[in-house]
Design a protein around this ligand. Structure first.
Ligand code: HEC
Length: 136
């Protein structure tokens, strides 16, 4: 291999490595520094607007009920989505921050017809603070 070809090969390898590393590492927005974050005051309005349409009632998707604190802490048919006290480990945070590898797990689903909007980084930060403070 001549030196130009070698250089190009090295550059291509470095480039694809950068792409792979970028895809694996999705940063979560930082937790809000708001004190005394509660479900009733801060979090319910967010979930009511973005989740409840598909996650309530008899036909709740994944059997997840996002319209009560009890339902959220109970989780889906597959298990818990909130790790109380540790927002970075909580599946719900990865899901709303689009930090899971499987895009089907991003909630609300991108481009959904229910009009549920993707949470802003500030809203994700509030959810994080709420979980870190004990999910009260
Ligand atoms: C437009 C409808 C819709 C909206 C809005 C919606 N979801 Fe979902 N959600 C779904 C569907 C469909 C599934 C997949 C159900 C299944 O696999 O049985 C799902 C699954 C889930 C799961 C389980 C994912 C898994 O793979 O284990 C979680 C957690 C979840 N949603 C959380 C939320 C949260 C939190 C919100 C609001 C921020 C939300 N969803 C908004 C439709 C929706």
């Amino acid at each position: 291999m001549n030196s130009t070809k070698f250089t190009l090969t090295v550059l291509a390898a470095a480039f694809s490595f950068t792409l792979a590393a970028g895809a694996a590492e999705v940063k979560l927005p930082p937790a809000s520094d708001k004190k005394d974050v509660t479900y009733a005051t801060d979090i319910k309005p967010i979930f009511d607007a973005s989740c409840v349409k598909c996650h309530s009632g008899d036909r709740a998707k994944a059997k997840l009920h996002m319209d009560s604190l009890e339902g959220i802490l109970k989780g889906t048919k597959a298990g818990k989505i909130v790790t109380v006290g540790d927002s970075a480990k909580s599946f719900i945070v990865k899901s709303i921050a689009h930090a899971t590898e499987d895009q089907d797990e991003w909630m609300p689903p991108v481009g959904n017809k229910a009009g549920a909007k993707t949470l802003t980084p500030e809203q994700v930060g509030l959810v994080r603070a709420w979980i870190d403070q004990g999910a009260k």
